[in-house]
Write a protein that binds this ligand. Structure first.
Ligand SMILES: *Cc1c(COP(=O)(O)O)cnc(C)c1O
Length: 465
């Protein structure tokens, strides 16, 4: 058979618009422009089908850690292909899932001892919620009334119905309000940059957590768990929590006998400068969800970890119905596990965390050069997670009207300069791979600076004309 020649760029662009419905994308707008089609990557750089290079400023949407085409991870996947691509975890096992589970228990906060695999972050959270609910029905002193959850304002935990129910972003939930599960309680996000209570940390003594305490006091008999993104709320627009915040929530959970569920899907695997965000405050959650960086950004794999105590509540004779009836076709996929194990080995051989910790203050210094820009409001950083807020008026941080689509326009300008970045509203989210060099980090910030000034110039030209 003759080898089919690759489709032309024009054909790909046409077919992309004909056949794909893109995630989180207004397709009417998307269809109006030739789509960017990435075909290759190496390290921090992505290449489109025409050969143009772009710095990967989003880590390919928060997943890549050690760069693209990392030889160790590439090799691990290739090797696993010589063994088997997929075999199930339903009732049987495979070596890499076993090795990976052991490795994860070794590096996650002490006390997390059992690993339940799945394949994406939303699902890892969904599993955490189901585990919590069933646990309270089956624990030694059952508390079947504990069926409700508390989450933070502006939280994001995924797009499946359960994880979406505990999100605090109205725009994503609105069409599905009929599906959101009952018994959800929201407490204000720890938004110190613009404290809703108008207080200053640390004099405030974290008064924003008083409502959580009152809620737990009044309702703890009905509350199964508190779900948080530890240290920083990502999709909220990068909202870091103040020091001690996580510990305080953890304490309150202990005091009122509710489970503490940490969604480390975005923060896990070094993104905040520690292996896990919970490590910053030495907190062990009852349940922890992991995904995004788990395979170094290579393959879809996720895990929900929990304690021996929670695991034991599910033990019994098969006919007792205490089994956790949950699982997916590709749960713990061997290729994904191979990538995940290689990812962890790269952390060791390249001393990734040591390097990242050294580079974080340098990144902060680069970011400070943005502060003078008249359009830059807050610059929020937690390790390699950065949110740069664009505002109309720097002195009072007056936001741009959404209709101006400033974040989107800066993204488009940055792309022409060789940086891929994706905004959340008017907040530019910069999330470089952990392997990005100082030079690449500086380049990302510099391009962003120029992109902002290009959009500002075009905006003032619009006003004049
Ligand atoms: C991305 C994300 C999720 C969802 O993960 P998916 O793999 O996209 O389903 C859940 N929680 C947080 C904190 C995330 O950032």
């Amino acid at each position: 058979m003759a080898k089919k020649s690759a489709p032309s760029v024009k054909q790909l662009q046409k077919d992309a618009r004909s056949y794909i419905w893109q995630p989180f994308t207004q397709m009417q707008e998307w269809e109006q422009h030739p789509p960017l089609i990435i075909s290759r990557g190496k390290g921090t750089v992505l290449y489109d089908v025409e050969g143009n290079a772009y710095l990967d400023g989003t880590s390919s949407i928060w997943v890549n850690l050690h760069g693209h085409r990392h030889p160790t991870i590439d090799q691990a996947i290739r090797h696993q292909l010589t063994q088997i691509a997929h075999s199930t975890l339903l009732g049987i096992s495979h070596p890499l899932a076993i090795q990976l589970a052991k490795a994860l228990v070794g590096i996650t906060p002490k006390g997390l001892e059992k690993v339940f695999f799945s394949d994406n972050g939303s699902t890892a959270v969904e599993i955490a919620l189901k585990m919590a609910i069933q646990y309270w029905q089956q624990c030694p002193v059952p508390e079947p009334r504990k069926t409700q959850f508390i989450h933070l304002g502006l939280a994001y935990h995924g797009d499946t119905v359960g994880s979406m129910s505990l999100s605090g972003i109205e725009l994503f939930q609105k069409p599905f309000s009929s599906l959101l599960f009952p018994g959800r309680h929201q407490i204000e996000a720890p938004y110190c940059y613009r404290c809703p209570l108008n207080l200053q940390f640390p004099q405030c003594q974290m008064a924003c957590l008083d409502p959580l305490e009152s809620l737990l006091q009044a309702k703890h008999v009905e509350i199964a768990g508190v779900v948080v993104e530890p240290m920083v709320q990502g999709v909220a627009g990068l909202i870091p929590s103040p020091p001690g915040y996580l510990q305080r929530i953890h304490e309150l959970c202990r005091q009122y006998q509710v489970l503490f569920i940490a969604d480390e899907v975005a923060t896990g695997f070094g993104r905040t400068g520690r292996m896990f965000a919970c490590d910053h405050e030495a907190v062990t959650p009852d349940i922890m969800a992991l995904a995004k960086g788990m395979t170094g950004g290579y393959l879809p794999l996720a895990a929900t970890l929990t304690t021996h105590e929670i695991y034991s509540a599910f033990l019994g004779q098969p006919q007792e119905g205490r089994t956790f009836f949950h699982g997916h076709s590709y749960t713990g996929n061997p290729l994904g596990c191979a990538a995940a194990l290689a990812n962890l080995s790269v952390f060791k051989t390249e001393r990734t965390l040591v390097k990242v910790q050294r580079r974080i203050p340098r990144l902060t210094t680069f970011l400070e050069t943005l502060a003078q820009d008249p359009w830059v409001g807050d610059i929020r950083q937690c390790g390699y997670m950065v949110g740069i807020e664009l505002v109309k008026n720097q002195s009072n941080k007056e936001p741009f009207p959404m209709i101006d689509r400033i974040g989107h326009r800066v993204t488009v300008a940055a792309r022409t300069l060789g940086l891929l970045i994706r905004p959340i509203g008017n907040i530019m989210i910069l999330m470089p791979p952990l392997s990005a060099t100082l030079q690449e980090l500086k380049q990302m910030v510099d391009i962003l600076k120029v992109a902002i000034s290009i959009v500002r110039a075009s905006k003032s030209a619009e006003k004049i004309s």
